[in-house]
Each structure stands twice: as structure tokens, then as C-alpha cells.
Design a protein around this ligand. Structure first.
Ligand code: HEC
Length: 177
């Protein structure tokens, strides 16, 4: 009897592990599996719901991207509003790292030469898209608290403002307009 029990238990193991030859019958259908064959092209005007940029995979690759959005009054205004909403909490309304939490989390002054002159527009766009070390991402949702809150165009508007408008701000920025 005991032996029978052991035998039954042994026989049951493959079924738990789905290892019987017929366990995979339904899986092996004559159908196209993921990554097989030629992918159907996306319908025109479809957008990636996860907001992942199609051209670059990380900040390094974004470094040399050319800003496709001209620096116009409209772009600067959009960028400024987005900056106040998304960036000022950490970097301060004037970008000078003067918000109440700037020093606590080590947010840097965005008006100094390092950001204004050394960092390329693509790098700043990449920083907003993918985040930095402490700074969260605004172009891709990730496990570090990143989101896809800002569209690619919106991120370029922020870049335009950061590089062409931030330095003109008064010491205390006025609210969104
Ligand atoms: C939650 C706080 C936080 C928010 C919000 C935030 N940042 Fe930052 N940011 C930081 C911190 C901290 C650093 C410095 C450490 C690091 O690189 O992560 C930084 C660094 C940067 C840098 C320098 C990157 C480099 O290569 O050294 C840029 C540019 C920047 N932020 C721009 C922005 C812009 C634009 C926004 C708004 C879209 C923004 N940040 C929103 C915290 C934040």
C-alpha cells in the first residue's frame, strides 16, 4: 500500500510540472508565435501607449538628438508652464535649486554654466525622458517612480524654456500663465 502511495506521488509530479508530452498540446498549434514571422505594421497614427521614445533607448543615445521644436514664444510659454508644474518642486521656480526640498535631495542649479552651456539639448531631453540618478523619468514609466507624463514634444518645450527662458526669470517666478 505504502509503495503504491509513493508510486502515485511520483506519477503526479510530471503533471504538476506540466511535463507530460500532452501537457503542451494546446501550446504547439499551427499558429504564429511571438517574435515569429514578419510583424504586422502598426496602423497609421498609432502611438506607443507606454510612451517609450522610438529613436533612442537611453540618455546616452539622446545626447546628440537635434531639437525639432523651434524656440518660439509659444514654445517657451508651454515649456515654462510645464517647468513650473514638473520641475520647480525640486529645482525651484527660477531653476536655482532654491525650493524648500532642493538641498535635501541634491537637486542642482539649472541656471549655472554646467547645465546652460555644457549639457547638450539632447542630453537635457534625455534627462527629462529617462531621469537621472535621483531625478525621476518623465518619458518612461519605470520602477524608480518614472512616468510618461510628458510627451516627446512637451519635453522639447521644457528644453527650449530651460535653455532660452530660464535665465530671464526674475528672482521670484510668477505663476503659470
Ligand atoms: C523629484 C525631484 C526632481 C524633479 C521633479 C526634477 N528633477 Fe532634475 N534633478 C533632480 C536631482 C536630485 C538632480 C541631480 C542628481 C541627479 O542627476 O539625479 C537633477 C538633475 C537634473 C539635471 C542635470 C542632469 C545631469 O546630467 O547632470 C537636469 C538637466 C535636470 N535635473 C532637469 C530637470 C527638468 C527639466 C525637470 C522637469 C521636467 C526636472 N529636472 C525635475 C531632481 C529632480
Amino acid at each position: 500500500m505504502r509503495r503504491l502511495n509513493i508510486l502515485a506521488a511520483l506519477l503526479a509530479i510530471p503533471s504538476v510540472a506540466l511535463a507530460w508530452p500532452w501537457s503542451q498540446d494546446m501550446m504547439n498549434q499551427p499558429s504564429i508565435k511571438p517574435q515569429e514571422g514578419v510583424m504586422t505594421p502598426f496602423p497609421k497614427r498609432s502611438v506607443p501607449v507606454m510612451g517609450i521614445p522610438t529613436k533612442v533607448a537611453n540618455r546616452e543615445e539622446a545626447r546628440d538628438l537635434v531639437n525639432p521644436i523651434a524656440v518660439t514664444a509659444a514654445s517657451l510659454k508651454k515649456g515654462r508652464n510645464l517647468f513650473i508644474i514638473y520641475c520647480s518642486a525640486c529645482h525651484g521656480l527660477t531653476g536655482k535649486a532654491d525650493s524648500p526640498i532642493s538641498s535635501k535631495i541634491g537637486a542642482i542649479d539649472l541656471t549655472d554654466d554646467y547645465v546652460q552651456k555644457s549639457l547638450s539639448e539632447g542630453w537635457v531631453w534625455g534627462t527629462i525622458t529617462f531621469g537621472s540618478y535621483v531625478m525621476p523619468a518623465y518619458g518612461i514609466p519605470n520602477e524608480l517612480g518614472g512616468s510618461n507624463d510628458l510627451s516627446p514634444e512637451e519635453r522639447w518645450h521644457v528644453v527650449n524654456y530651460l535653455k532660452n527662458g530660464l535665465l530671464n526669470e526674475k528672482t521670484t517666478a510668477v505663476a503659470i500663465n
